[in-house]
Design a protein around this ligand. Structure first.
Ligand code: ADP
Length: 422
């Protein structure tokens, strides 16, 4: 359920007064989505551009979490520049103006003694640039032992500015069981690394300009099973008029195998995955850009950042593992006013992931039916006996009479052996 009013949130009277004094009438989308999980103590990753109201999104829960009687620093916000640090500190001060909470910006370029004096008097929330915070930590003038909430704001910019080591150093100094949230306009591999290292089952929230383009994308899903995946793809290509598409697979091997299959069926397809060398990758993307290739079969990492026009369809041959990846994938279509369609393949057991994507997008994803027969329910298992170790195991297909079958561990050791010999 989307929060419509600040009053719908379990906020204290003083904080609601502060919000009212700021003239905010209703929460912005990022606020509506992040305040509640943050109040509940969860870790949050928010993908949002500047100007979306991020500061209050983390500032309001941070203010609510402060124990006024404890004079130690309890909330820490890291920001890339002094201007931003000042602006955030000012904004949080205004939210907390009726609470008595003290907020202090800490940034380079200002006389350190003034900051030391302020810190000595007792500050509940520190908003600072990583470099200057390290400086205070080294001098012993800032202690982070009582911090229970950390926010990394504009994390992508902080990484671009080379603050990664400082950030790691600071995060290693705060107590382990703290709550961490991260906000960034883009979320790439380096950002994920920080999230994986310092966060615990984070809630992912996406609010961006892509929301506008999402409106232009028709989102469909189609039910598949193991045997029908490829026949369904072929039918869709014809029936849906797929002219230029990126087809996403879960693995590199899957991308390679599918592109081979498509080529065999007579399509102009090529795979883009992490095992290709840079010149090979460039050749493939150039070919796709110049319409020499119609179907690009790609993994998430390989397709990151691709900006190619004229894509009519995005096909999720395998559903993305992460909701954010769904946005990254389908954001590749419907660029520059054009319309596009995204079709996601859903196998048995993946309905929950689809529901999660639906909830995050807040848009409609409707079912697309094909003429291909799809079995409902889990894939049928067949009994088999491993030829080598003679144990019984289950196979997802019916073994052919007379053909030897092997259980997974024997198969692996056979492969290893085979590789050694060649
Ligand atoms: P960000 O941190 O995402 O760059 P800010 O938090 O600075 O964005 O917010 C951008 C502007 O929008 C600020 O001027 C802020 O006062 C205003 N703003 C934020 N939240 C709301 C709201 N719920 N209603 C009205 N204005 C808001």
């Amino acid at each position: 359920m989307q929060v419509q009013k600040f009053n719908d949130l379990p906020l204290s009277k003083d904080v609601l007064r502060g919000i009212k004094a700021l003239g905010f009438e209703k929460p912005s989308p990022i606020q509506a989505q992040s305040i509640m999980p943050l109040l509940e103590g969860r870790d949050v990753i928010g993908q949002a551009q500047t100007g979306t109201g991020k500061t209050a999104a983390f500032g309001i829960p941070m203010v609510e979490s402060i124990d006024l009687s404890d004079k130690r620093v309890q909330g820490l916000v890291l920001a890339p520049t002094r201007e931003l640090a000042i602006q955030i500190a000012e904004h949080i001060s205004r939210i907390s103006r009726y609470t008595g909470i003290r907020v202090c910006p800490i940034y380079g370029g200002e006389k350190i003694n003034r900051q030391i004096r302020q810190l000595k008097r007792g500050v509940h929330i520190v908003v600072g640039t990583p470099g200057r915070i390290i400086d205070h930590l080294n001098r012993g003038t800032l202690k982070l032992g009582a911090v229970h909430m950390v926010v990394l704001d504009e994390a992508d910019r902080m990484l671009d500015m080379g603050f990664i080591h400082d950030i790691n150093k600071i995060l290693d100094k705060v107590p382990k069981n703290k709550q961490t949230s991260l906000f960034s306009a883009t979320i790439d591999r380096n950002i994920w690394k920080i999230c994986n290292k310092y966060m615990d089952k984070p809630e992912k929230i996406l609010v961006s300009k892509d929301e506008i383009t999402l409106e232009q994308i028709e989102q469909r899903y189609v039910k598949v099973d193991r045997m029908s995946r490829y026949p369904i793809l072929k039918e869709l290509i014809v029936d849906q008029g797929v002219q230029k598409a990126i087809i996403f697979t879960r693995t590199k091997r899957g991308a390679y195998a599918l592109s081979k299959k498509l080529k065999r069926s007579g399509y102009n397809a090529n795979a883009l995955h992490g095992d290709l060398s840079q010149p090979q990758r460039d050749r493939v993307t150039q070919g796709f850009r110049k319409d020499k290739i119609d179907f690009l079969v790609a993994t998430d990492i390989a397709a990151r950042g691709l900006d190619i026009s004229g894509i009519t369809h995005i096909i999720n041959y395998n559903i993305p593992q992460e909701t954010l990846a769904y946005f990254h994938r389908i954001g590749r279509t419907a660029r520059m006013e054009a319309e596009g369609t995204a079709i996601t393949f859903i196998a048995h057991g993946e309905e929950k992931a689809l529901a999660e994507i639906k909830a995050h997008t807040g848009t409609r994803i409707t079912e697309l039916k094909t003429s291909v027969n799809v079995k409902a329910g889990p894939p049928e298992k067949h009994k088999a006996i491993c030829r080598k170790c003679k144990t019984e195991f289950k196979l997802p297909f019916k073994p052919t009479d007379g053909r030897p079958v092997y259980c997974l561990s024997c198969l692996k050791s056979k492969r290893r052996h085979h590789r050694r010999r060649h």
